[in-house]
Write a protein that binds this ligand. Structure first.
Ligand code: HAM
Length: 419
């Protein structure tokens, strides 16, 4: 029979990788709590229309990358390709606008995009996502960026690059788009087919084009910073002043537009070397129109998401060591059938006392001792039939290379003093 393989673009997160995952997830969770974010887990499936409207019909995500299906009741559902639209939906549906503002929420979990798999790009991947609702103040943008900084600084990375831009708002962006289109029309002979198409459907995305032919056209393109309205300009200036004052280095990137339609004003990404073609380990920005677009109160929002796979890849490629996951310190070995049952009783008692323990399921004493060694046990309890008849067990401390006989009733206390 043909063997099953995992679907393209998915991965098994194997036991040897779990220490990295546990380290990153513990770190981001602690940070989110330290910053005053509360956890919200939206469902993995949402109504397709939520993403079509929220992320934008003309985005790559909605046009090409969603896992969409009809359920047995005939509803069109989609495996979430990102968190933001679902979190905004949950905020509206649960009437969270009555909570003290701003509301700060974080989420962790899997997402799905039908993308071309490459190093660091998967079809099932995970994010740590954080959103702040209810304030237009650039302090909220700062808070989100500080959190992003702390995610990476706290994991031990130093050479990451923060890319920053403002994409304006419905008042000033149309003027910029007009100028951008005029520039592209004037350079029509030099642009790629994709950009010609983008110009109609999603004009800002031309700035993101990787085709060599388009690079000179992008370099000469008008810059959105010259078209921002007074409000967007003031917002951007204040955010930059905060970042400067806190000594957080960033690069203004006029080409940074991001692949989701909801952004207004601030957009940012964190870029890293060494994780393959996909350089962005995190990205986010402000989205002041999304809540109203999804039928909620006209409240502003700002947020970002960290790609966990890319962060783990980066930890590995930079040789960062992470704490090992705990393994049971106690191993119980036995000789003979009656000792075996006693060993099970002891195993249960040790575990009930809150101490990690394992025992062999079969094998000679020698084989059991080898197993204990392979499993990294520190303390070995050996139950032989003679010792048991005397109500005793042998306790061997593998790290100290010492051994003693302990009364059955004293085993837990003896283990505790050695752990
Ligand atoms: P995004 O830039 O699409 O933004 O994704 C954020 C991060 O998720 C990326 O920087 C990357 O690390 C990771 N990521 C995205 N796609 C993949 C993939 N196919 N494979 C592996 N990692 C991936 C958003 O999703 C926005 N919702 C972020 C946000 C929150 N904006 C405001 N609030």
């Amino acid at each position: 029979m043909a063997r099953f393989t995992k679907p393209t673009g998915t991965q098994d997160i194997l036991p040897e990788d779990q220490a990295y995952w546990a380290h990153v997830l513990k770190h981001v969770t602690e940070l989110a709590q330290r910053y005053g974010f509360q956890r919200l887990d939206p469902p993995v499936i949402e109504h397709t229309e939520l993403f079509a409207r929220g992320v934008g019909d003309a985005t790559d995500i909605v046009e090409k990358e969603m896992y969409t299906f009809k359920d047995k009741g005939g509803d069109s559902l989609t495996l979430r390709p990102e968190f933001t639209a679902g979190v905004v939906r949950a905020y509206i549906e649960n009437g969270m606008q009555v909570l003290p503002q701003p509301v700060k929420l974080y989420s962790i979990g899997p997402l799905f995009r039908y993308e071309r798999p490459q190093a660091g790009r998967f079809r099932q991947f995970h994010q740590f996502n954080a959103e702040i609702f209810g304030t237009p103040d650039p302090l909220a943008d700062l808070e989100i960026m500080l959190l992003a900084w702390d995610v990476y600084a706290g994991l031990g990375f130093t050479s990451l690059s923060f890319q920053l831009n403002s994409t304006g708002c419905p008042a000033c962006r149309p003027g910029y788009v007009e100028a951008l289109k005029a520039h592209y029309v004037a350079n029509d002979a030099h642009i790629c087919e994709d950009c010609r198409r983008r110009l109609d459907k999603n004009p800002l995305r031309v700035l993101d084009c990787k085709q060599p032919t388009c690079q000179p056209v992008i370099a000469d393109a008008p810059k959105i910073s010259d078209y921002l309205c007074a409000e967007c300009q003031a917002h951007f200036t204040t955010l930059r002043q905060y970042l400067d004052s806190l000594n957080r280095p960033y690069t203004i990137n006029h080409r940074l537009v991001r692949g989701l339609d909801y952004y207004t004003k601030t957009v940012f990404e964190v870029w890293a070397e060494g994780i393959g073609a996909q350089a962005a380990v995190c990205g986010g920005g402000r989205y002041d129109g999304l809540m109203a677009l999804l039928g909620g109160p006209p409240q502003p929002g700002v947020g970002f998401a960290v790609g966990i796979e890319r962060t783990v890849l980066l930890l590995k490629s930079q040789g960062v060591t992470v704490p090992e996951l705990p393994t049971p310190p106690v191993f119980i070995a036995y000789v003979g059938e009656s000792a075996r049952l006693q060993a099970v009783h002891l195993l249960v008692a040790v575990r009930n006392a809150g101490i990690g323990a394992q025992m062999a399921m079969s094998g000679s004493l020698k084989a059991q001792l080898r197993q204990a060694d392979k499993r990294g046990a520190r303390l070995l309890l050996i139950l032989g039939e003679d010792e048991l008849a005397r109500g005793e067990v042998t306790l061997r401390d593998l790290s100290q290379a010492t051994q003693e006989t302990v009364r059955f009733d004293d085993v837990l206390a003896a283990l505790r003093t050695r752990l």
